[in-house]
Design a protein around this ligand. Structure first.
Ligand SMILES: Cc1cc2nc3c(=O)[nH]c(=O)nc-3n(C[C@H](O)[C@H](O)[C@H](O)COP(=O)(O)O)c2cc1C
Length: 282
C-alpha cells in the first residue's frame, strides 16, 4: 500500500522530527511542511514512526488518525510493574474449563500484532482454537495420531515419552494440552524477513499481555513435536498455509492455580565487554 501523508498545518510546528526519524528518509520539509519524497516513497516500510514521533499529532499516514493513538509515555507500566510481570508470569498447567470471550482474544491478538517484525514487511498469522468443542476434537485427534504412532512403533528414541503421554490420556490426564480451553499457534510466511524471530516475539508479547490480564499461558513444544510424529497435515487441519514457518503452540485460558510470589532466577549469564584502554579486554 502506497503511503499517504496528511499534515494538519494548524498543528504542525515544522520541527522536522518526522523527517529525522524516518528510517528510509522518505519525508522532507518542502519547504515548510513535511511531504513524501516521490523518488524514495517506495522504500516506506509502514512503520508509522512519523506519526508516533510528531509532538503535536499533526501527521497522519495510511489514513491513521494520530488522536486515536495511545498517548505516551504516560501509558507505560513503570519499571517495577514490568519487573513484576516478567518475573511473575508463570507457565500455567491448570486451567478452568470455561473459554475466554472471543472479543477479548481478538483484542489481545490485535495488540500483539504491534510487536516488531524483521522489516515490518509482513505480520504473523494467529491461529486460535476458540471453543471447547474444537479443542476437545483437536485433542482427541492428536492423541489418536500419537496412539497410532505408538502402535506402529514410529516413535524415535527422543520422542518415546509420547507412549507415556498416551497412557496418561487413557487414565484421564492430559499432559499435552493440560485441559486448557484455547490453543494459539503463530506462523509467518517465509516472505517475512525474519519469520522465526517474528513468531517468537509475537508469542512472548502474547504471554506477557495475557499475564497482565490474569490469563494463563503455556508455551508448548509438545504439540509441535506431536505434529512432527503424526503428520504435518495437522497444520493443514488448522488451515495454516503449508509454506508458513510454524511456531510453538501456546495454551491459554483462565488459570486454576494462583502463584503468590515470583520465583528467584536472577543469575543472568552476562558477558561484560569493555574494549579500549580503560576496559578489561583492551
Ligand atoms: C519454547 C518453550 C516450549 C515449552 N514447552 C512446554 C511443553 O510442551 N510442556 C510444558 O509443560 N511446558 C513447556 N514449556 C514451559 C517450561 O517448561 C517452563 O517455562 C519452565 O519450566 C519454567 O517455568 P516458568 O515458565 O513458570 O518460569 C515450554 C517453554 C518454552 C519456552
Amino acid at each position: 500500500m502506497e503511503p499517504q501523508l496528511l499534515i494538519d498545518q494548524d498543528l504542525c510546528i515544522q520541527c522536522g522530527a518526522c523527517v529525522d526519524d524516518c528510517p528510509f528518509h522518505i519525508i522532507a520539509l518542502n519547504p515548510e511542511y513535511p511531504e513524501l519524497l516521490p523518488q524514495r516513497v517506495h522504500h516506506c516500510i509502514r512503520c508509522q514512526h512519523c506519526l508516533a514521533v510528531c509532538p503535536t499529532g499533526a501527521l497522519s499516514i495510511f489514513g491513521c488518525d494520530p488522536h486515536q493513538s495511545l498517548p505516551l509515555p504516560q501509558s507505560f507500566p513503570d519499571p517495577q510493574q514490568m519487573t513484576a510481570l516478567i518475573k511473575g508470569r508463570r507457565s500455567v498447567r491448570h486451567y478452568r474449563p470455561e473459554p475466554l470471550d472471543a472479543e477479548v482474544i481478538e483484542t489481545m491478538l490485535r495488540t500483539v500484532a504491534n510487536a516488531p517484525t524483521g522489516k515490518n514487511n509482513g505480520g504473523c498469522l494467529f491461529t486460535v482454537l476458540e471453543d471447547r468443542a474444537t479443542m476437545d476434537q483437536f485433542r482427541a485427534e492428536t492423541m489418536a495420531g500419537l496412539r497410532q504412532a505408538v502402535v506402529e512403533k514410529r516413535l524415535s528414541a527422543d520422542l518415546s515419552y509420547f507412549r507415556h503421554v498416551v497412557s496418561a490420556w487413557d487414565n484421564g490426564r492430559d499432559i499435552i494440552f493440560r485441559d486448557a480451553p484455547h490453543l494459539l499457534i503463530v506462523s509467518a510466511p517465509p516472505t517475512n524477513s525474519t519469520p522465526d524471530a517474528d513468531i517468537i516475539i509475537a508469542m512472548s508479547y502474547f504471554e506477557l499481555l495475557a499475564a497482565s490480564m490474569g490469563i494463563g499461558t503455556l508455551w508448548n513444544a509438545m504439540v509441535k513435536w506431536a505434529f512432527s510424529v503424526i503428520s504435518e497435515d495437522m497444520y493443514a487441519r488448522l488451515e495454516i498455509p503449508s509454506d508458513h514457518i510454524k511456531g510453538y503452540a501456546m495454551l491459554f485460558g483462565t488459570p486454576a492455580v494462583t502463584y503468590h510470589r515470583t520465583v528467584q532466577r536472577d543469575s543472568a549469564a552476562i558477558n561484560r565487554i569493555r574494549l579500549g584502554p580503560q576496559g578489561n579486554k583492551g
